[in-house]
Design a protein around this ligand. Structure first.
Ligand code: SF4
Length: 179
């Protein structure tokens, strides 16, 4: 099996809702998304090394992503008690992030550094991020958010042919693995 197949087998066993190939040539890298980040609706702009501006220049991120040949989008959907179930959303996010880092650990053991990974949303590995006073302390695991790379997650799901949302009382999280 090649690296992508090794990953997909493990990802399917790990319980993701979706594990699908992405044609990287179809990705759009939109500077306008970074301008939206700068409006700081999420509150994470300028707070960590994985969101703008700490995540780096769009052209550099694009070059890095397109240096890989194949992509796999993974997604997990969680059911909420109702649309105000903030605790459920946070629990889903925490579970998804744990799975993301577990998959990275697994891949590192199987194929070394022959992969890259991105996930939607900011880094939450440290209680207090070092940004901007000192370098990231876990650079092997902290990855730029998909949005910081100018990639619209909804459009990414369209390219992969999977839903972005699953309707009332659900939430879904996404990550992109590159080989
Ligand atoms: S790993 Fe820690 S220091 Fe690095 S970006 Fe994430 S929170 Fe910040």
């Amino acid at each position: 099996m090649n690296s992508k197949e090794i990953f997909k087998q493990k990802a399917n066993e790990a319980g993701y809702t979706q594990v699908v190939d992405v044609d990287l040539s179809k990705l759009n890298f939109e500077p306008s998304l970074l301008a939206m980040c700068a409006q700081n609706a999420c509150g994470y702009y300028g707070t960590n090394w994985t969101c703008p501006p700490g995540s780096g220049e769009l052209e550099d991120l694009k070059k890095k992503i397109l240096s890989y040949k194949e992509g796999v989008l993974v997604q997990k959907m969680y059911t909420l008690e109702d649309s105000f179930d903030f605790e459920g959303m946070m629990a889903g996010s925490a579970d998804f992030n744990t799975l993301f880092y577990d998959m990275m650990d697994y891949l590192s053991g199987e194929i070394g550094d022959k992969f890259y990974s991105l996930k939607a949303g900011s880094c939450d590995l440290c209680e207090q991020c070092t940004y901007p006073d000192a370098p990231c302390i876990i650079p092997d695991k902290a990855r730029p958010s998909i949005e910081a790379c100018g990639i619209n997650v909804s459009a990414l799901c369209d390219i992969a042919g999977i839903p972005y949302i699953y309707g009332a009382n659900t939430v879904a999280y996404d990550a992109l693995f590159l080989f």
